[in-house]
Design a protein around this ligand. Structure first.
Ligand code: COA
Length: 128
């Protein structure tokens, strides 16, 4: 398995909170999957976890080298956590098609967050 592409992103928690306050449920459901919303909603500092997933989605878009065009949806990128808390990314729809075109079989992700900011790093791996 080789590293094919890398992407990072940094999100300001307060700015994401402004968007959520302004656009509410519609915004949340457009950006996050039900699993992501359930996980973040179960945590004490929900906004930090949401911001980390927002950063993860942007970081994955950098791995794929494409913008939010061509029918790619935010919810095509889903972040889940294993029982030890380790995050994993699942791609669906146009996102998984684009990854396949690039020879990417798997995307590794790492997240970190504080009250102010959340950051994600994503690495696309494949056999190429
Ligand atoms: C990984 C760990 C060191 C991070 O702690 P931290 O520096 O306080 O937290 P950060 O803000 O930098 O990072 C938090 C993110 O780390 C990631 N993370 C958590 N546990 C992780 C693990 N075991 N491996 C890799 N990443 C992990 C998560 O993505 C988390 O964000 P999320 O909850 O929004 O998904 C800490 O959570 C830890 O020690 N976890 C292991 C716990 C464990 O093994 N539990 C046993 C099972 S119950």
């Amino acid at each position: 398995m080789n590293a094919i592409a890398h992407g990072i992103d940094l999100v300001e928690c307060a700015r994401l909170q402004v968007s959520i306050d302004r656009h509410g449920e519609r915004f949340l459901n457009r950006i996050f999957t039900p699993g992501e919303l359930a996980y973040c909603g179960s945590r004490k500092r929900e906004i930090e976890h949401l911001a980390a997933r927002f950063a993860a989605k942007e970081a994955v878009m950098k791995v794929l080298g494409t913008g939010w065009s061509g029918g790619i949806k935010w919810t095509d990128i889903d972040v889940s956590n294993d029982p030890a808390g380790r995050p994993a990314v699942k791609l669906t729809g146009k996102c998984s098609q684009k990854a396949a075109e690039l020879g990417i079989d798997k995307v590794l992700i790492s997240l970190t967050h504080t009250a102010g900011h959340a950051m994600a790093s994503a690495i696309g791996c494949g056999k190429i």
